[in-house]
Design a protein around this ligand. Structure first.
Ligand SMILES: *Cc1c(COP(=O)(O)O)cnc(C)c1O
Length: 558
Protein backbone atom coordinates (compact mmCIF):
# COMPACT_ATOMS: atom_id res chain seq x y z
CA UNK A 1 0.00 0.00 0.00
CA UNK A 2 1.40 3.44 -0.88
CA UNK A 3 1.46 5.86 2.08
CA UNK A 4 -1.24 8.56 2.46
CA UNK A 5 -0.77 11.44 0.06
CA UNK A 6 -0.77 15.05 1.03
CA UNK A 7 -1.55 16.12 -2.53
CA UNK A 8 -2.36 14.64 -5.94
CA UNK A 9 -1.52 17.35 -8.45
CA UNK A 10 -3.58 17.10 -11.65
CA UNK A 11 -2.31 18.92 -14.72
CA UNK A 12 -3.10 18.66 -18.42
CA UNK A 13 0.51 19.37 -19.33
CA UNK A 14 3.92 18.95 -17.80
CA UNK A 15 7.20 20.38 -19.13
CA UNK A 16 9.91 18.27 -17.58
CA UNK A 17 12.30 18.26 -20.52
CA UNK A 18 12.50 19.36 -24.13
CA UNK A 19 12.56 15.79 -25.48
CA UNK A 20 9.19 15.03 -23.84
CA UNK A 21 6.74 17.25 -25.73
CA UNK A 22 3.92 16.87 -23.20
CA UNK A 23 3.46 20.60 -22.71
CA UNK A 24 2.70 23.79 -24.60
CA UNK A 25 4.12 26.54 -22.43
CA UNK A 26 4.44 28.12 -19.01
CA UNK A 27 1.63 26.10 -17.40
CA UNK A 28 3.45 22.83 -18.03
CA UNK A 29 6.84 24.19 -17.02
CA UNK A 30 5.37 25.46 -13.76
CA UNK A 31 3.79 22.06 -13.02
CA UNK A 32 7.17 20.41 -13.47
CA UNK A 33 8.96 22.94 -11.25
CA UNK A 34 6.33 22.66 -8.52
CA UNK A 35 6.49 18.87 -8.45
CA UNK A 36 10.30 18.98 -8.39
CA UNK A 37 10.12 21.32 -5.39
CA UNK A 38 7.63 18.93 -3.75
CA UNK A 39 10.28 16.23 -4.16
CA UNK A 40 12.95 18.52 -2.67
CA UNK A 41 10.77 19.37 0.32
CA UNK A 42 9.77 15.76 0.94
CA UNK A 43 6.07 16.44 0.28
CA UNK A 44 3.97 13.28 -0.06
CA UNK A 45 2.79 14.24 -3.54
CA UNK A 46 2.09 12.65 -6.91
CA UNK A 47 1.57 14.26 -10.29
CA UNK A 48 -1.24 13.13 -12.60
CA UNK A 49 -1.00 14.13 -16.24
CA UNK A 50 -1.32 12.82 -19.79
CA UNK A 51 1.13 11.08 -22.09
CA UNK A 52 0.56 13.10 -25.26
CA UNK A 53 1.55 10.96 -28.19
CA UNK A 54 2.43 13.79 -30.56
CA UNK A 55 2.89 16.45 -27.96
CA UNK A 56 3.28 19.86 -29.44
CA UNK A 57 4.53 20.67 -32.91
CA UNK A 58 8.07 21.66 -33.73
CA UNK A 59 8.51 25.02 -35.39
CA UNK A 60 10.94 25.61 -38.27
CA UNK A 61 11.60 29.07 -39.62
CA UNK A 62 12.31 29.68 -43.27
CA UNK A 63 14.55 32.60 -44.27
CA UNK A 64 11.57 34.78 -45.22
CA UNK A 65 10.07 34.24 -41.77
CA UNK A 66 7.32 31.84 -42.79
CA UNK A 67 7.03 28.74 -40.64
CA UNK A 68 6.59 25.03 -40.92
CA UNK A 69 5.37 22.79 -38.15
CA UNK A 70 6.09 19.13 -37.80
CA UNK A 71 4.98 16.50 -35.36
CA UNK A 72 7.52 15.58 -32.77
CA UNK A 73 7.44 11.86 -32.33
CA UNK A 74 8.96 10.57 -29.16
CA UNK A 75 9.43 7.24 -27.55
CA UNK A 76 7.98 7.25 -24.04
CA UNK A 77 10.03 4.20 -23.17
CA UNK A 78 13.13 6.40 -23.11
CA UNK A 79 11.75 8.37 -20.18
CA UNK A 80 8.79 6.54 -18.67
CA UNK A 81 8.01 3.09 -17.34
CA UNK A 82 4.71 1.46 -18.32
CA UNK A 83 2.71 0.16 -15.37
CA UNK A 84 0.22 -2.72 -15.60
CA UNK A 85 -2.80 -0.85 -14.15
CA UNK A 86 -5.68 0.21 -16.39
CA UNK A 87 -9.01 1.91 -15.64
CA UNK A 88 -12.14 2.54 -17.66
CA UNK A 89 -14.09 5.77 -18.20
CA UNK A 90 -17.31 6.16 -20.20
CA UNK A 91 -16.64 8.66 -22.97
CA UNK A 92 -19.09 9.24 -25.84
CA UNK A 93 -21.30 6.75 -23.97
CA UNK A 94 -19.01 3.78 -24.30
CA UNK A 95 -16.15 2.50 -22.15
CA UNK A 96 -12.64 3.73 -22.97
CA UNK A 97 -9.66 1.98 -21.44
CA UNK A 98 -6.84 4.11 -19.98
CA UNK A 99 -3.32 2.90 -19.23
CA UNK A 100 -0.53 4.61 -17.31
CA UNK A 101 3.18 5.38 -17.37
CA UNK A 102 5.44 6.41 -14.50
CA UNK A 103 8.30 8.85 -14.12
CA UNK A 104 9.96 9.40 -10.76
CA UNK A 105 11.20 12.82 -9.71
CA UNK A 106 13.94 12.61 -7.12
CA UNK A 107 14.44 15.54 -4.75
CA UNK A 108 17.59 17.06 -3.22
CA UNK A 109 17.29 14.76 -0.21
CA UNK A 110 16.30 11.65 -2.19
CA UNK A 111 12.52 11.84 -1.64
CA UNK A 112 10.60 10.62 -4.71
CA UNK A 113 7.51 12.18 -6.27
CA UNK A 114 5.92 9.84 -8.83
CA UNK A 115 4.38 11.44 -11.92
CA UNK A 116 1.73 9.38 -13.71
CA UNK A 117 0.99 9.81 -17.41
CA UNK A 118 -2.44 8.60 -18.56
CA UNK A 119 -2.66 7.10 -22.05
CA UNK A 120 -5.61 5.85 -24.13
CA UNK A 121 -3.36 4.56 -26.91
CA UNK A 122 -4.06 0.93 -26.10
CA UNK A 123 -4.75 -1.87 -28.65
CA UNK A 124 -8.11 -2.70 -27.04
CA UNK A 125 -9.45 0.82 -27.78
CA UNK A 126 -11.03 1.86 -31.08
CA UNK A 127 -8.81 4.17 -33.19
CA UNK A 128 -10.78 7.32 -32.32
CA UNK A 129 -10.47 6.51 -28.61
CA UNK A 130 -6.74 5.88 -28.94
CA UNK A 131 -6.49 9.41 -30.29
CA UNK A 132 -7.95 11.03 -27.18
CA UNK A 133 -4.43 11.39 -25.77
CA UNK A 134 -2.82 12.04 -29.15
CA UNK A 135 -2.52 15.80 -29.22
CA UNK A 136 -2.42 18.41 -26.46
CA UNK A 137 -4.94 21.22 -27.17
CA UNK A 138 -5.26 19.78 -30.67
CA UNK A 139 -8.96 19.12 -31.19
CA UNK A 140 -12.43 20.62 -31.13
CA UNK A 141 -14.53 21.15 -28.02
CA UNK A 142 -15.82 17.58 -28.00
CA UNK A 143 -12.23 16.34 -28.04
CA UNK A 144 -11.34 18.69 -25.22
CA UNK A 145 -14.17 17.25 -23.11
CA UNK A 146 -12.98 13.70 -23.85
CA UNK A 147 -9.44 14.63 -22.83
CA UNK A 148 -10.62 16.29 -19.64
CA UNK A 149 -12.74 13.27 -18.73
CA UNK A 150 -9.70 11.07 -19.24
CA UNK A 151 -7.56 13.27 -17.00
CA UNK A 152 -10.10 14.10 -14.29
CA UNK A 153 -12.15 10.96 -13.89
CA UNK A 154 -9.51 8.61 -15.29
CA UNK A 155 -6.92 10.19 -13.00
CA UNK A 156 -8.89 9.64 -9.79
CA UNK A 157 -9.72 6.06 -10.79
CA UNK A 158 -6.08 5.46 -11.65
CA UNK A 159 -4.97 6.71 -8.23
CA UNK A 160 -7.35 4.21 -6.65
CA UNK A 161 -6.09 1.43 -8.94
CA UNK A 162 -2.54 2.29 -7.91
CA UNK A 163 -3.57 1.90 -4.29
CA UNK A 164 -3.81 5.53 -3.18
CA UNK A 165 -6.80 5.45 -0.85
CA UNK A 166 -5.99 8.40 1.32
CA UNK A 167 -5.38 11.68 -0.55
CA UNK A 168 -5.43 14.91 1.45
CA UNK A 169 -5.96 17.32 -1.46
CA UNK A 170 -6.74 16.85 -5.12
CA UNK A 171 -5.14 19.87 -6.73
CA UNK A 172 -6.54 21.14 -10.03
CA UNK A 173 -3.83 22.95 -11.95
CA UNK A 174 -6.14 24.95 -14.22
CA UNK A 175 -9.80 24.13 -14.92
CA UNK A 176 -8.81 21.33 -17.34
CA UNK A 177 -8.66 19.00 -14.35
CA UNK A 178 -12.00 19.94 -12.78
CA UNK A 179 -13.82 16.74 -13.80
CA UNK A 180 -11.90 15.03 -11.01
CA UNK A 181 -14.56 16.49 -8.71
CA UNK A 182 -17.23 14.42 -10.48
CA UNK A 183 -15.53 11.17 -9.60
CA UNK A 184 -15.11 12.31 -5.99
CA UNK A 185 -18.81 13.21 -5.92
CA UNK A 186 -19.67 9.73 -7.12
CA UNK A 187 -17.38 8.17 -4.51
CA UNK A 188 -18.96 10.27 -1.76
CA UNK A 189 -22.67 9.85 -2.41
CA UNK A 190 -23.02 13.07 -4.47
CA UNK A 191 -22.60 15.19 -1.36
CA UNK A 192 -20.88 18.45 -2.36
CA UNK A 193 -19.84 19.06 1.23
CA UNK A 194 -18.02 15.74 1.32
CA UNK A 195 -15.96 16.66 -1.74
CA UNK A 196 -15.16 20.30 -1.09
CA UNK A 197 -12.66 19.80 1.76
CA UNK A 198 -10.54 17.60 -0.53
CA UNK A 199 -10.12 19.93 -3.50
CA UNK A 200 -8.05 23.00 -4.33
CA UNK A 201 -7.69 24.92 -7.57
CA UNK A 202 -5.26 27.25 -9.32
CA UNK A 203 -6.61 29.44 -12.10
CA UNK A 204 -3.97 30.57 -14.58
CA UNK A 205 -5.28 33.11 -17.02
CA UNK A 206 -7.05 36.45 -16.97
CA UNK A 207 -7.97 35.91 -20.64
CA UNK A 208 -11.61 34.80 -20.90
CA UNK A 209 -10.98 32.58 -23.90
CA UNK A 210 -8.44 30.69 -21.79
CA UNK A 211 -11.22 29.32 -19.57
CA UNK A 212 -12.92 26.16 -20.84
CA UNK A 213 -16.66 26.61 -21.26
CA UNK A 214 -18.75 23.90 -22.94
CA UNK A 215 -22.37 23.99 -24.17
CA UNK A 216 -24.44 21.59 -22.07
CA UNK A 217 -25.87 19.67 -25.04
CA UNK A 218 -22.35 18.85 -26.18
CA UNK A 219 -21.23 18.06 -22.63
CA UNK A 220 -24.15 15.66 -22.16
CA UNK A 221 -23.43 13.99 -25.48
CA UNK A 222 -19.77 13.35 -24.68
CA UNK A 223 -19.77 12.99 -20.90
CA UNK A 224 -23.20 11.38 -20.45
CA UNK A 225 -23.77 9.96 -17.02
CA UNK A 226 -20.45 11.23 -15.77
CA UNK A 227 -22.28 14.52 -15.19
CA UNK A 228 -24.32 14.60 -11.98
CA UNK A 229 -27.95 15.78 -12.12
CA UNK A 230 -27.09 19.06 -10.38
CA UNK A 231 -24.21 19.99 -12.70
CA UNK A 232 -25.83 23.37 -13.52
CA UNK A 233 -25.73 24.48 -9.90
CA UNK A 234 -22.04 23.59 -9.82
CA UNK A 235 -20.76 24.68 -13.22
CA UNK A 236 -23.08 27.49 -14.32
CA UNK A 237 -26.59 27.83 -15.68
CA UNK A 238 -25.91 28.63 -19.30
CA UNK A 239 -22.87 26.54 -20.06
CA UNK A 240 -20.50 24.20 -18.30
CA UNK A 241 -17.63 26.33 -17.01
CA UNK A 242 -14.71 24.25 -15.80
CA UNK A 243 -13.51 27.20 -13.73
CA UNK A 244 -16.84 27.48 -11.93
CA UNK A 245 -16.96 23.74 -11.40
CA UNK A 246 -13.50 23.83 -9.84
CA UNK A 247 -14.42 26.74 -7.59
CA UNK A 248 -17.78 25.26 -6.54
CA UNK A 249 -16.21 22.04 -5.38
CA UNK A 250 -12.91 23.34 -4.05
CA UNK A 251 -12.25 24.77 -0.62
CA UNK A 252 -9.47 26.99 -1.93
CA UNK A 253 -8.81 28.87 -5.18
CA UNK A 254 -5.82 31.00 -6.08
CA UNK A 255 -4.43 33.00 -8.97
CA UNK A 256 -0.72 33.02 -9.82
CA UNK A 257 0.29 36.58 -8.86
CA UNK A 258 -1.20 39.28 -6.66
CA UNK A 259 -2.49 41.25 -9.65
CA UNK A 260 -3.88 38.11 -11.25
CA UNK A 261 -5.69 37.22 -8.01
CA UNK A 262 -7.38 40.64 -8.04
CA UNK A 263 -8.27 40.38 -11.73
CA UNK A 264 -9.74 36.90 -11.15
CA UNK A 265 -11.89 38.15 -8.29
CA UNK A 266 -13.30 40.73 -10.68
CA UNK A 267 -13.92 38.12 -13.37
CA UNK A 268 -15.83 35.94 -10.92
CA UNK A 269 -17.74 38.26 -8.60
CA UNK A 270 -18.65 36.75 -5.26
CA UNK A 271 -15.83 34.21 -5.39
CA UNK A 272 -13.02 33.90 -2.88
CA UNK A 273 -9.82 33.88 -4.86
CA UNK A 274 -6.47 34.16 -3.13
CA UNK A 275 -3.06 34.51 -4.80
CA UNK A 276 0.09 32.43 -4.65
CA UNK A 277 2.68 33.99 -6.88
CA UNK A 278 4.49 31.52 -9.13
CA UNK A 279 8.14 30.66 -8.90
CA UNK A 280 10.81 28.77 -10.82
CA UNK A 281 12.90 25.82 -9.75
CA UNK A 282 16.17 27.41 -8.73
CA UNK A 283 18.52 24.52 -9.60
CA UNK A 284 16.80 23.56 -12.84
CA UNK A 285 16.98 27.06 -14.32
CA UNK A 286 20.41 28.21 -13.11
CA UNK A 287 23.15 27.87 -15.72
CA UNK A 288 25.95 25.41 -14.86
CA UNK A 289 28.25 28.38 -14.25
CA UNK A 290 25.80 30.03 -11.87
CA UNK A 291 25.23 26.79 -9.99
CA UNK A 292 28.95 26.54 -9.42
CA UNK A 293 29.13 30.14 -8.25
CA UNK A 294 26.17 29.69 -5.87
CA UNK A 295 27.68 26.46 -4.52
CA UNK A 296 30.84 28.40 -3.67
CA UNK A 297 29.29 31.65 -2.40
CA UNK A 298 25.85 30.70 -1.07
CA UNK A 299 26.34 27.20 0.33
CA UNK A 300 23.04 25.50 1.14
CA UNK A 301 21.15 27.32 -1.65
CA UNK A 302 20.12 24.01 -3.29
CA UNK A 303 17.98 22.94 -0.35
CA UNK A 304 17.28 26.49 0.88
CA UNK A 305 16.80 28.73 -2.14
CA UNK A 306 15.77 31.57 0.18
CA UNK A 307 19.55 31.98 0.62
CA UNK A 308 19.63 33.48 -2.87
CA UNK A 309 18.08 36.51 -1.16
CA UNK A 310 21.57 37.22 0.24
CA UNK A 311 23.15 37.51 -3.21
CA UNK A 312 23.90 41.21 -2.87
CA UNK A 313 26.05 40.62 0.20
CA UNK A 314 27.70 37.36 -0.76
CA UNK A 315 28.31 37.15 -4.51
CA UNK A 316 31.76 38.37 -5.61
CA UNK A 317 31.82 40.72 -8.63
CA UNK A 318 34.45 39.20 -10.85
CA UNK A 319 33.37 35.53 -10.61
CA UNK A 320 29.75 36.64 -11.14
CA UNK A 321 30.67 38.49 -14.30
CA UNK A 322 32.75 35.54 -15.50
CA UNK A 323 29.89 33.08 -14.90
CA UNK A 324 27.56 35.31 -16.89
CA UNK A 325 30.13 35.84 -19.63
CA UNK A 326 30.58 32.09 -20.12
CA UNK A 327 26.83 31.59 -20.45
CA UNK A 328 26.70 34.47 -22.93
CA UNK A 329 29.46 32.96 -25.05
CA UNK A 330 27.63 29.64 -25.06
CA UNK A 331 24.50 31.39 -26.31
CA UNK A 332 26.48 33.24 -28.98
CA UNK A 333 27.91 29.93 -30.21
CA UNK A 334 24.39 28.49 -30.40
CA UNK A 335 23.20 31.46 -32.47
CA UNK A 336 26.17 31.04 -34.81
CA UNK A 337 25.40 27.33 -35.24
CA UNK A 338 21.65 27.64 -35.64
CA UNK A 339 21.14 30.95 -37.36
CA UNK A 340 24.54 31.68 -38.87
CA UNK A 341 24.75 35.06 -37.15
CA UNK A 342 27.94 36.12 -35.37
CA UNK A 343 27.15 37.96 -32.16
CA UNK A 344 29.71 39.92 -30.19
CA UNK A 345 29.85 38.78 -26.56
CA UNK A 346 31.08 42.24 -25.53
CA UNK A 347 28.01 43.99 -26.91
CA UNK A 348 24.68 44.34 -25.07
CA UNK A 349 22.42 41.36 -25.73
CA UNK A 350 18.67 41.68 -25.19
CA UNK A 351 16.42 38.61 -25.33
CA UNK A 352 12.68 38.43 -25.67
CA UNK A 353 11.23 34.94 -25.99
CA UNK A 354 7.72 33.65 -25.40
CA UNK A 355 4.67 32.12 -27.02
CA UNK A 356 3.51 34.52 -29.69
CA UNK A 357 0.12 35.85 -28.62
CA UNK A 358 -1.21 39.39 -29.12
CA UNK A 359 -1.37 40.37 -25.43
CA UNK A 360 2.37 39.87 -25.04
CA UNK A 361 2.95 42.52 -27.74
CA UNK A 362 6.03 40.90 -29.29
CA UNK A 363 6.43 43.79 -31.75
CA UNK A 364 6.37 46.62 -29.23
CA UNK A 365 10.08 47.27 -29.74
CA UNK A 366 9.41 47.94 -33.43
CA UNK A 367 6.50 50.36 -32.94
CA UNK A 368 8.48 53.38 -34.11
CA UNK A 369 11.40 52.47 -36.33
CA UNK A 370 12.75 56.02 -36.39
CA UNK A 371 13.05 55.95 -32.61
CA UNK A 372 14.46 52.46 -32.71
CA UNK A 373 17.23 53.58 -35.07
CA UNK A 374 17.86 56.59 -32.90
CA UNK A 375 18.29 54.41 -29.81
CA UNK A 376 20.63 52.04 -31.59
CA UNK A 377 22.71 54.75 -33.22
CA UNK A 378 26.38 54.04 -32.81
CA UNK A 379 29.62 55.74 -33.71
CA UNK A 380 31.80 52.74 -34.47
CA UNK A 381 31.48 50.10 -37.15
CA UNK A 382 29.62 47.42 -35.24
CA UNK A 383 26.13 47.75 -33.71
CA UNK A 384 25.79 48.45 -29.99
CA UNK A 385 22.57 46.47 -29.58
CA UNK A 386 21.90 42.79 -30.27
CA UNK A 387 18.45 41.30 -29.93
CA UNK A 388 17.30 37.69 -29.84
CA UNK A 389 13.70 36.65 -30.28
CA UNK A 390 12.15 33.21 -30.02
CA UNK A 391 8.66 31.84 -29.64
CA UNK A 392 6.19 29.53 -31.30
CA UNK A 393 2.86 30.48 -32.77
CA UNK A 394 0.03 27.99 -32.68
CA UNK A 395 -0.02 26.14 -36.05
CA UNK A 396 -3.71 27.05 -36.47
CA UNK A 397 -3.10 30.70 -35.73
CA UNK A 398 -2.18 32.48 -38.99
CA UNK A 399 -2.33 35.85 -37.25
CA UNK A 400 0.54 35.02 -34.89
CA UNK A 401 2.47 33.32 -37.66
CA UNK A 402 2.25 36.56 -39.58
CA UNK A 403 3.65 38.40 -36.53
CA UNK A 404 6.71 36.15 -36.55
CA UNK A 405 7.16 36.66 -40.26
CA UNK A 406 7.05 40.45 -39.85
CA UNK A 407 9.61 40.26 -37.04
CA UNK A 408 11.98 38.23 -39.20
CA UNK A 409 11.60 40.79 -41.97
CA UNK A 410 12.28 43.62 -39.49
CA UNK A 411 15.49 41.89 -38.49
CA UNK A 412 16.64 42.14 -42.13
CA UNK A 413 15.48 45.75 -42.58
CA UNK A 414 17.23 46.90 -39.41
CA UNK A 415 20.50 45.09 -39.87
CA UNK A 416 22.43 48.32 -40.42
CA UNK A 417 21.65 49.45 -36.87
CA UNK A 418 21.20 46.30 -34.74
CA UNK A 419 21.85 42.59 -34.94
CA UNK A 420 18.46 40.94 -34.59
CA UNK A 421 17.84 37.20 -34.80
CA UNK A 422 14.62 35.22 -34.52
CA UNK A 423 15.49 31.71 -33.31
CA UNK A 424 13.12 28.87 -34.07
CA UNK A 425 11.78 26.05 -31.90
CA UNK A 426 11.57 27.75 -28.50
CA UNK A 427 11.73 24.99 -25.89
CA UNK A 428 13.12 24.61 -22.36
CA UNK A 429 16.67 23.91 -23.58
CA UNK A 430 16.68 27.07 -25.64
CA UNK A 431 14.97 28.96 -22.81
CA UNK A 432 17.76 27.81 -20.51
CA UNK A 433 20.42 29.20 -22.88
CA UNK A 434 18.59 32.48 -23.45
CA UNK A 435 17.73 33.31 -19.85
CA UNK A 436 21.33 32.79 -18.77
CA UNK A 437 23.17 34.19 -21.79
CA UNK A 438 21.34 37.46 -22.40
CA UNK A 439 22.14 40.66 -20.50
CA UNK A 440 18.59 41.98 -20.46
CA UNK A 441 15.26 40.14 -20.50
CA UNK A 442 12.56 42.11 -22.27
CA UNK A 443 8.86 41.47 -21.60
CA UNK A 444 6.11 43.74 -22.82
CA UNK A 445 2.64 42.36 -21.98
CA UNK A 446 -0.44 44.54 -21.83
CA UNK A 447 -1.06 45.24 -18.14
CA UNK A 448 -3.43 42.82 -16.37
CA UNK A 449 -3.08 40.25 -19.15
CA UNK A 450 0.07 38.40 -18.04
CA UNK A 451 -1.08 36.19 -15.18
CA UNK A 452 2.43 35.73 -13.84
CA UNK A 453 5.13 35.05 -16.43
CA UNK A 454 7.96 32.87 -15.26
CA UNK A 455 10.63 33.34 -17.93
CA UNK A 456 11.59 36.65 -16.32
CA UNK A 457 12.21 34.81 -13.04
CA UNK A 458 14.49 32.35 -14.83
CA UNK A 459 16.41 35.29 -16.26
CA UNK A 460 16.65 37.08 -12.91
CA UNK A 461 18.01 33.92 -11.28
CA UNK A 462 20.91 34.05 -13.76
CA UNK A 463 21.65 37.73 -13.24
CA UNK A 464 19.91 38.67 -16.48
CA UNK A 465 18.18 41.93 -15.72
CA UNK A 466 14.45 42.35 -16.42
CA UNK A 467 13.05 45.24 -18.38
CA UNK A 468 9.30 44.78 -18.36
CA UNK A 469 5.88 46.33 -18.04
CA UNK A 470 4.58 46.12 -14.48
CA UNK A 471 2.36 43.09 -14.74
CA UNK A 472 2.25 39.58 -13.30
CA UNK A 473 5.24 38.71 -11.14
CA UNK A 474 7.30 41.72 -12.24
CA UNK A 475 4.93 44.16 -10.53
CA UNK A 476 5.87 42.36 -7.31
CA UNK A 477 9.54 41.91 -8.18
CA UNK A 478 9.96 45.59 -9.02
CA UNK A 479 8.09 46.61 -5.87
CA UNK A 480 10.50 44.53 -3.79
CA UNK A 481 13.57 46.10 -5.36
CA UNK A 482 13.33 48.76 -8.03
CA UNK A 483 17.11 48.52 -8.53
CA UNK A 484 16.85 44.90 -9.66
CA UNK A 485 15.70 45.82 -13.15
CA UNK A 486 13.74 48.35 -15.16
CA UNK A 487 10.09 48.97 -15.61
CA UNK A 488 8.39 50.00 -18.83
CA UNK A 489 5.53 52.46 -18.53
CA UNK A 490 3.53 53.38 -15.45
CA UNK A 491 1.80 51.16 -12.95
CA UNK A 492 -1.61 52.64 -13.67
CA UNK A 493 -4.31 51.16 -15.84
CA UNK A 494 -4.70 52.81 -19.18
CA UNK A 495 -7.25 54.32 -21.48
CA UNK A 496 -7.11 52.20 -24.59
CA UNK A 497 -4.74 49.71 -26.23
CA UNK A 498 -3.44 52.11 -28.89
CA UNK A 499 -2.55 54.87 -26.48
CA UNK A 500 -1.00 52.31 -24.16
CA UNK A 501 1.11 50.94 -26.95
CA UNK A 502 2.42 54.36 -27.90
CA UNK A 503 3.20 55.32 -24.30
CA UNK A 504 4.86 52.02 -23.48
CA UNK A 505 6.90 51.98 -26.67
CA UNK A 506 8.21 55.49 -26.07
CA UNK A 507 9.08 54.63 -22.49
CA UNK A 508 10.86 51.48 -23.65
CA UNK A 509 13.00 53.53 -26.07
CA UNK A 510 13.77 56.03 -23.32
CA UNK A 511 14.79 53.31 -20.86
CA UNK A 512 17.06 51.67 -23.42
CA UNK A 513 18.61 54.91 -24.61
CA UNK A 514 19.26 56.63 -21.29
CA UNK A 515 19.46 53.82 -18.77
CA UNK A 516 20.12 50.34 -20.11
CA UNK A 517 22.63 50.98 -22.90
CA UNK A 518 24.76 53.61 -21.11
CA UNK A 519 24.87 51.53 -17.93
CA UNK A 520 25.89 48.45 -19.85
CA UNK A 521 28.57 50.34 -21.75
CA UNK A 522 30.01 52.00 -18.66
CA UNK A 523 33.56 50.59 -18.31
CA UNK A 524 33.09 50.57 -14.55
CA UNK A 525 30.98 47.45 -14.12
CA UNK A 526 30.17 47.92 -10.45
CA UNK A 527 26.71 49.32 -11.00
CA UNK A 528 25.73 46.62 -13.51
CA UNK A 529 26.95 43.74 -11.38
CA UNK A 530 25.09 45.19 -8.43
CA UNK A 531 21.92 45.07 -10.51
CA UNK A 532 22.70 41.46 -11.42
CA UNK A 533 23.03 40.56 -7.75
CA UNK A 534 19.78 42.30 -6.90
CA UNK A 535 18.10 40.38 -9.73
CA UNK A 536 19.41 37.09 -8.35
CA UNK A 537 18.32 38.05 -4.84
CA UNK A 538 14.70 38.36 -6.00
CA UNK A 539 14.65 34.63 -6.68
CA UNK A 540 15.16 34.05 -2.97
CA UNK A 541 11.41 34.71 -3.06
CA UNK A 542 10.25 33.87 -6.62
CA UNK A 543 11.13 30.18 -6.52
CA UNK A 544 8.90 27.09 -6.42
CA UNK A 545 10.23 26.06 -3.00
CA UNK A 546 8.52 29.13 -1.49
CA UNK A 547 5.57 28.56 -3.79
CA UNK A 548 5.12 24.97 -2.54
CA UNK A 549 5.45 26.08 1.09
CA UNK A 550 2.58 28.53 0.46
CA UNK A 551 0.53 25.81 -1.20
CA UNK A 552 1.16 23.56 1.78
CA UNK A 553 0.05 26.23 4.17
CA UNK A 554 -2.98 27.59 2.32
CA UNK A 555 -4.16 24.94 -0.13
CA UNK A 556 -3.00 21.55 1.04
CA UNK A 557 -3.88 21.80 4.70
CA UNK A 558 -0.44 22.21 6.29
C1 LIG B 1 9.46 29.35 -18.85
C2 LIG B 1 8.93 28.98 -20.17
C3 LIG B 1 7.69 29.47 -20.60
C4 LIG B 1 6.86 30.43 -19.77
O1 LIG B 1 7.38 31.72 -19.84
P1 LIG B 1 6.52 33.06 -19.92
O2 LIG B 1 7.25 34.03 -19.10
O3 LIG B 1 5.16 32.76 -19.39
O4 LIG B 1 6.50 33.43 -21.36
C5 LIG B 1 7.22 29.08 -21.83
N1 LIG B 1 7.93 28.24 -22.61
C6 LIG B 1 9.12 27.75 -22.24
C7 LIG B 1 9.85 26.82 -23.15
C8 LIG B 1 9.66 28.10 -21.01
O5 LIG B 1 10.85 27.59 -20.63
Amino acid sequence: MPPPLSVAYFTMEIGLRSEMPTFAGGLGILAADILQSCADRGVAAVGMTVRWRHGYLRQRLKPDGSQEYENVSWNPEHFLRRLPQTVTVDIDRHPVRIGVWLLELRGEGGHVVPVYFLDTDLPENAPQDRDITARLYGGDQAMRIRQELALGIGGVRMLRALGYGDVGTFHMNEGHAAFLTLELLRERGFADDAVRPSCAFTTHTPVRAGHDVFPYDLAWRVAGDNLPWHIRTLAGDDALSMTRLAMSLGRYTCGVSQIHGAVSRRMFPGSHIDAITNGVHHVRWASPEMRELFDASLPGWRSHPALLGQALRHLPDEPLWRAHDLAKRRLCAYVMDHAGMRLDPDVLLIASARRVVPYKRPELLYTNLERFRDVCRHSGKSPRVQILHAGNAHPDDPFSQEVIKRMVQRSHELKDCARIVYLDNYNPDLAQLLVAGADVWLNTPIRLMEASGTSGMKASLNGTVNCSTLDGWWAEGYARDSEAGWRIGPMALYMNPDEDRAVDAEDLYTQLQFEVIPQYENPDRTKWTERMKRAIALIGHFNTDRCVSEYQEKAWGG
